[in-house]
Ligand binder design. Structure first.
Ligand SMILES: Nc1nc2c(ncn2[C@@H]2O[C@H](COP(=O)(O)OP(=O)(O)OP(=O)(O)O)[C@@H](O)[C@H]2O)c(=O)[nH]1
Ligand SMILES: *[C@@H]1O[C@H](CO)[C@@H](O)[C@H](O)[C@H]1NC(C)=O
Ligand SMILES: *[C@@H]1O[C@H](CO)[C@@H](O)[C@H](O)[C@H]1NC(C)=O
Ligand SMILES: [Mg+2]
Length: 400
């Protein structure tokens, strides 16, 4: 009897336990059913990237109609072209901002390569981060010493005295040696770097620039098809103290090499008196899309060598912007220079915001048209229009 009773008690205890267990497990499953599904790892797979995110042309839940979006990847062949950036390792977190702008507005559709050049070795962090951001191939080059040092014909004491004087006069970068090497390198050597020899076209990008509108066509192809060799988005007057004898050096070059000056050039952009004096107008070279074979031509290399020997990169503080601009204006035909009104651009402290509201809306621009520098008195862009007998874009008067 006692044995049967104990059995019965065991059975009742077991049933109570089972009932209790059932309630505990079912009650705990009630709230969990309302929690986000990633709360129970054994039934829900770990997060996966959405299927077909890349190249899928039918996004389902965006307010923009799918057919209003440019294709993720542009069709057709690619040009023989690359982006190029001169930078230090310490410029990493500024250049990545530029890369994002260029990729988001243009290069994610074209996947062009990107060449990085430095007078020092790039470190692993620089390479890792920039490679992750660029949609094309990335290449890293070290500048040979002889392209980033004082040539033997330069009197170092005289160069040092000039830097002291310019420091006194508070001329920007006036006492900097590295800035001078940078300007000389951009003027005469970047296009001859071994990594650049593989390309015909380049687009120069500096740290901390911004692009404000979608660019839906291949700008390199545009250059080739329209026989352009050099281009700009902003132009302005150079700081006279940095180039007092540049024009004399240019005149010495053109009288020694008249064969390199083309007819139908843009002298009118550079000079108000037929070439006697320089008006200091130049294209701002932190943005450039151009032809590398032109820079590697005998005409351009003769020009650079002539200026280099005149010494102004060190005895003054000649910038690569007036050096490139004068070359383009005298050694290219006027219609070989292009103004990219449609590339909305910022490099401190100037903005180029395309004139024309319908363009800005169609290309999802986010620049304030009031910031556009083009029709400001310190810009030379109106002069470029006049040099080329071009009609200024509709609405420019309102931006003056
Ligand atoms: N490797 C290397 N790159 C440099 C050096 N100095 C300047 N650069 C690069 O050369 C380009 C021009 O230099 P910036 O300092 O931007 O000169 P800037 O545009 O006249 O002046 P900011 O108004 O300061 O931008 C940039 O791409 C810089 O990253 C240098 O000493 N070494
Ligand atoms: C690209 O251009 C460079 C310079 O003109 C040339 O040497 C190279 O062969 C070209 N590459 C291709 C694939 O056409
Ligand atoms: C131009 O040439 C003249 C005559 O050779 C020379 O005296 C002068 O220093 C040169 N100017 C420049 C800026 O090189
Ligand atoms: Mg800069």
């Amino acid at each position: 009897m006692a044995g049967t009773q104990r059995y019965l008690r065991y059975i009742i205890f077991a049933i109570v336990c089972l009932i209790l267990l059932f309630f505990i497990s079912s009650s705990s499953s009630v709230p969990s059913a309302n929690w986000p599904t990633y709360g129970s790892p054994d039934t829900v797979p770990s997060p996966q990237p959405p299927k077909g995110a890349v190249g899928d042309s039918t996004p389902s839940s965006t307010p923009n109609p799918a057919n209003g979006l440019p294709p993720a990847t542009a069709a057709g062949d690619r040009m023989n072209a690359t982006f190029v950036t001169l930078a230090r390792n310490s410029d990493l977190w500024e250049i990545v901002k530029s890369i994002r702008h260029v990729e988001d507005r243009f290069n994610r559709k074209f996947n062009y390569d990107w060449v990085f050049l430095n007078d020092d070795d790039f470190n692993d962090e620089f390479k890792k981060v920039t490679t992750a951001l660029v949609s094309g191939k990335t290449k890293y080059g070290k500048i040979p010493k002889e392209h980033w040092s004082f040539p033997d014909f330069i009197d170092q004491d005289r160069a040092a005295r000039v830097r002291d004087e310019m420091k006194e006069k508070k001329i920007i970068y006036g006492d900097s040696v590295s800035y001078r090497h940078m300007c000389r390198y951009e003027s005469g050597f970047f296009f001859r770097h071994p990594l650049m020899l593989d390309y015909e076209w380049y687009w120069r990008v500096e740290p901390s620039i911004e692009l404000y509108c979608d660019i839906d066509y291949d700008t390199f192809r545009f250059m080739a098809e329209n026989k352009k060799k050099y281009s700009f988005v902003l132009s302005l007057y150079e700081y006279v103290e940095t180039i007092p004898t540049l024009w004399d050096a240019v005149k010495n070059f053109t009288s020694a090499h008249p064969e390199h000056v083309v007819e139908d050039n843009s002298m009118k952009f550079l000079s108000d008196d037929g070439g006697k004096t320089y008006n200091h107008c130049h294209f701002w070279s932190n943005f450039e899309i151009g032809n590398l074979n032109w820079l590697r031509s005998k005409a351009y290399v003769d020009y650079f060598d002539s200026l280099d020997h005149a010494g102004g990169f060190f005895y003054e503080r000649w910038g690569d912007a007036p050096v490139h601009s004068i070359a383009a204006a005298l050694m290219l035909k006027r219609d070989e220079i292009h103004f990219f009104n449609d590339i909305a651009y910022y490099h401190v402290p100037f903005t180029h915001c395309p004139t024309g509201e319908s363009y800005r809306l169609d290309h999802k621009c986010h620049c304030n048209p009031k910031d556009n520098f083009d029709w400001n008195g310190y810009s030379c862009t109106a002069r470029f229009y006049e040099t080329n007998d071009m009609k200024k874009p509709e609405g420019y008067e309102k931006e003056q």
